[in-house]
Design a binder for this molecule. Sequence first.
Ligand code: FES
Length: 154
Amino acid sequence: MFNETVLKEIDGIKARYPDRKSALLPSLYIAQREFGWLSDEAMVSVSKALNVPEAMVRGTASFYSMYKHKPVGRHVIQLCTNVSCMILGAEKLVDFLGSRYGVQPNGTSEDGRFSLVIMECIGACGTAPAMLVNTDFHENLSEKSLEDILEQYK
Ligand code: FES
C-alpha cells in the first residue's frame, strides 16, 4: 500500500482533473516508482487510491510499454534496433551489452544493475543509434560512448 506522502501526491494529481480516471497514467507511474514495477500489490494500491476498478488499472497498465510487469534492474536501458539504428550498429551494441554487462534483451544483469528492453523506434532516427536509460535520452551511440554513458548509472 502507498504511504501517506504518496497518497497526498496522488490526491494532488487527482485534483487537476474533473474525472479521477484521468489520473490513472501518472498514478501508475508513481506506483512503478514506489514499488519498482507494477506488481499486483502496486495495481491494487492504484485502484484504491483512485477508487477505480482493478480491471481498469490492469487494462491500462498492460497497454503501455513504459510500465514494467516484472521486476527490473536498477536502470532500464531501452535500446532501439529498428532500421536506422540497426544500419548504424545497434545490433552490435546489443552484443556489447551482453558481453560487457551481462544483460540480454528482455533480461536483467545478474548484479541487478541493468535491464535491457529492445525498442522499435524512439523517434531519433536522424541521430541513430539511440537509447533511453531510465528517462534519459542518448544518441549517436558507439560501444565507447555507450560504456562512458553507462558508467554514470551504478
Ligand atoms: S530507428 Fe532507431 S530511433 Fe528510429
